[in-house]
Design a protein around this ligand. Structure first.
Ligand SMILES: Nc1ncnc2c1ncn2[C@@H]1O[C@H](COP(=O)(O)OP(=O)(O)O)[C@@H](O)[C@H]1O
Ligand SMILES: O=C(O)C1=C[C@@H](OP(=O)(O)O)[C@@H](O)[C@H](O)C1
Ligand SMILES: [Mg+2]
Length: 194
């Protein structure tokens, strides 16, 4: 008897400014699936990330973030909901465990990919000061965690947001065909682009 395939949430992980939020949003449209950005959830419930860091510290932010991730994964059970995490969310051990219920897509890039994006957006408290230097340091320490948690690794160093979302969709279909994590959204009947 063939194994029953179950839809799983799709979690996007990777460093700051790699495109988790933008690509995740686009991917959810393509799949006809819901989208959750856990940073957006935290901000909606607790105010801006900069303010949380300033008034309550990073540790408090990580707790709020871990709760938002846990809720998103719980709500997404049995569906292909696309969940974009914040770059540091994977540091939480509970989150690492819960990601076992998801198809985890690691968006891989290098410093050149994000340099311009970081230069024009100073809203991330962990990049205060020399933003590029901070980004590189954080990426170096987090990279092994991203790699360990990933089911799929997608190189996003080139390509537009829609291009990359299509690339991820194709990779997800290949992954689903080879395993037990179904992609059961309306687009599932679409032929994989060659
Ligand atoms: N492949 C891409 N090409 C051009 N711009 C991109 C690409 N990916 C992301 N961006 C832009 O870079 C910025 C940061 O992307 P975002 O999705 O917020 O990253 P993350 O959520 O990983 O921090 C946004 O303005 C986004 O539109
Ligand atoms: O990497 C991090 O520690 C952070 C990444 C941010 O999300 P993005 O990765 O979506 O920018 C946001 O959660 C917060 O500023 C902290
Ligand atoms: Mg984001």
């Amino acid at each position: 008897m063939p194994a029953t395939k179950t839809a799983r949430p799709i979690a996007l992980i990777g460093p700051m400014a790699v495109g988790k939020s933008a690509i995740g949003h686009q991917l959810s449209h393509q799949l006809g699936a819901p989208f959750v950005d856990t940073d957006v959830e935290v901000v909606a419930n607790h105010g801006s990330i900069a303010e949380i860091f300033a008034s309550r510290g990073e540790r408090a932010f990580r707790e709020l973030e871990a709760r938002a991730v846990a809720r998103a994964i719980e709500d997404a059970r049995g569906s292909n909901t696309v969940i974009s995490l914040g770059g540091g969310a994977v540091l939480d051990s509970g989150t690492q465990q819960l990601l076992g219920q998801c198809t985890v897509v690691y968006l891989e890039c290098d410093a050149d990919t994000v340099a311009e994006r970081i230069a024009r957006n100073s809203g991330r408290p962990l990049l205060a000061g020399d933003a590029m230097d901070r980004w590189k340091t954080l990426f170096a320490t987090r990279r092994p965690v991203y790699e360990r948690l990933a089911d799929l690794v997608i190189d996003v160093r080139s390509g537009s947001v829609p291009d990359l979302a299509h690339r991820i969709e194709n990779a997800l279909r290949g992954y689903a065909a080879a395993g037990t994590a179904a992609v059961t959204t309306p687009a599932a009947t679409k032929e994989v682009e060659k």
